[in-house]
Design a protein around this ligand. Structure first.
Ligand SMILES: C[S@@+](CC[C@H](N)C(=O)[O-])C[C@H]1O[C@@H](n2cnc3c(N)ncnc32)[C@H](O)[C@@H]1O
Length: 377
């Protein structure tokens, strides 16, 4: 076995199948690697991160206090109709959901750096059998701020235009309620001053704004508006993009990403509640810098880790389900890895045999990886 930067954990990784012929390269020393943040061998590791299979309450407890820049996650929702999770232990009833989630929240608070953030995506639901909205997303918000000490840095709303109309009874059949197309995304911080830079997430200019920048005189005269906004001639300056809004319009209809294709080929079960890559991308860019540590405590198919890898942030992914994590490895494999090799990697991982995925991906393949982001990693 080649020399490795992660000491005694290296012995536990299985010999990479076929790595020698195709993707063999010397592994770079990296003292900053997340492998050194947690004293457990991961299920798999990449250049920047590591995935661990287990209960996040236990895994989080093993992280040093004040070591994490961003925890970004989507917990199992308190759904009336359970999602098809392989391991259903996370799907709590609405009543005990807030208390259950608060245990994770309290640990996250300890592990975040003072300028760190905790971003949590919580989908809404109805009270069982009635056209009445459940209040748990808001109860979570109040519990985290009132009892755990978090500040609400900002409330975000993720609009998914491709969401199917539901619940069928109230929306489709009886037409008593509008289609539900927004998830609440709470951005919590430890202080009022978390690290953040909105200039890293500028939105594309509208056509009208592009015309205005091209010819400001044709659109407005510099003046003070009744709103108090001082519209000077700098208003027409090209800042590289528009200020982002807290309404994130991101369709979740990625059907042709590498992950889904590989799941189909290998016969692995696809995660039923994946993030679109643009969602973690937005918060990772807004709230962290390269080499900062990003953790997803309910990682599922590890969209967060894959985006963090592209953005060159260190990352940790925790999930209870070894099948979901094993399939998430496909996000980190070079396009040329054969189906036979993918199957072996998947089978090794589902049997809890740790793997070093750097053998199947070059860091100088970042371009391929970035292109994948556009099609859903
Ligand atoms: C909504 S999914 C996350 C999906 C993820 N955002 C993605 O892009 O694939 C929630 C995940 O939490 C995991 N989970 C539930 N309870 C857990 C626990 N106590 N510790 C770790 N993972 C848990 C489930 O296995 C499930 O994969």
């Amino acid at each position: 076995m080649r020399s490795s930067p992660f000491g005694h954990f290296a012995r536990r990784f299985v010999e990479p199948y076929g790595a020698r012929e195709t993707f063999c390269r010397p592994l770079r020393e990296n003292d900053l690697h997340t492998i050194s943040v947690i004293d457990l061998p991961p299920l798999y590791r990449t250049e920047f991160g590591a995935a661990h299979c287990g209960d996040s309450l236990q895994l989080l407890a093993r992280l040093p206090n004040e070591s994490v820049n961003l925890v970004l996650t989507s917990p199992p929702f308190a759904l009336q109709r359970e999602k098809e999770y392989l391991d259903r232990s996370g799907n709590k009833s609405q009543e005990d959901y807030v208390e259950w989630l608060a245990k994770f929240g309290a640990l996250v608070f300890q592990k975040l750096k003072p300028d760190g953030s905790f971003v949590i995506d919580i989908g809404g639901a109805y009270v069982k059998g009635a056209p009445e909205r459940a209040l748990y997303p808001f109860r979570v918000l109040l519990k985290f701020c009132d009892d755990l000490g978090f500040k609400l840095a900002q409330d975000f709303y993720w609009n998914n235009p491709s969401k199917l109309p539901s619940p069928i009874e109230w929306v489709n059949k009886r037409k008593l309620r509008a289609k539900d197309s927004v998830n609440t995304v709470w951005w919590f911080s430890k202080t009022q001053w978390p690290k953040a830079d909105a200039s890293k997430v500028l939105a594309p200019y509208s056509d009208r704004m592009k015309k205005l920048i091209h010819d400001p005189g044709a659109f407005y005269k510099p003046a003070k508006r009744p709103s108090g906004h001082d519209i000077t001639d700098r208003f027409g300056k090209d800042n590289g993009g528009a200020l982002p809004s807290n309404l994130l319009q991101i369709p979740n209809c990625e059907s042709n990403g590498k992950y889904l294709a590989a799941c189909k080929l290998v016969g692995a079960r696809q995660h039923p509640a994946r993030f679109p890559a643009k969602l973690p991308e937005f918060f990772i860019r807004l709230l962290t810098e390269p080499e900062d540590l990003v953790v997803d405590i309910f990682a599922g198919s590890n969209t967060t880790g894959a985006v963090a890898e592209i953005e060159q942030r260190r990352w940790l992914a925790f999930d209870l389900s070894v099948e979901y994590l094993a399939a998430s490895s496909f996000r980190f494999l070079h396009d040329d890895v054969s189906m036979k090799k993918m199957k072996i990697i998947y089978e090794n991982l589902t049997q809890h045999k740790p793997m070093d995925l750097r053998h199947y991906f070059h860091s100088n393949d970042q371009l391929e990886f970035k292109q994948r982001l556009a099609s859903g990693v």
